[in-house]
Design a protein around this ligand. Sequence first.
Ligand code: DQA
Length: 157
Amino acid sequence: MSRVLVLHGPNLNLLGTREPEIYGRTTLAEIDARLLALGAELGATVECRQSNHEGVLLDWIHAARGTFDGILINPGAFTHTSLALADAVAGVAIPTVEVHLSNVHAREPIRQKSYVGAKCVGTVSGFGPDSYALGLRALVDHLSARDSAGRGGVPKP
Ligand code: DQA
């Protein structure tokens, strides 16, 4: 059973009322509830946390070593600014999937650069709350493919 840590970065606690024309009306609590249910369906444990503080997110990523098998992260605006979060993801070497509600590639130029995404297994962007569900499925799939490769199975390319 994979253990997945879900991290939400700054301002995502405001989901539901924050710029709904961009981020929709689904609240963070609703997203988390959906991820817990999906995790149970996929045979994964899911723990969700949100912080507006870069250092707190860094500490959670560091502490995930030995406790979580994978990380699903929406780094919010830190996506585009934080070399430190990118270094943390690379440093702990825990497979990480980046997700965004909006399609960051279709937005302002500054949002088209992701420091964090460069250190992730992959990124899902632009599907609203479904980005999280798709990202969780991809992460759990990646982790089980990696485990079966470790047991002599065929790794995914
Ligand atoms: C976001 C995109 C970021 O550019 C923005 O700063 C956010 C949310 C998204 O989920 O679409 O806070 O990560």
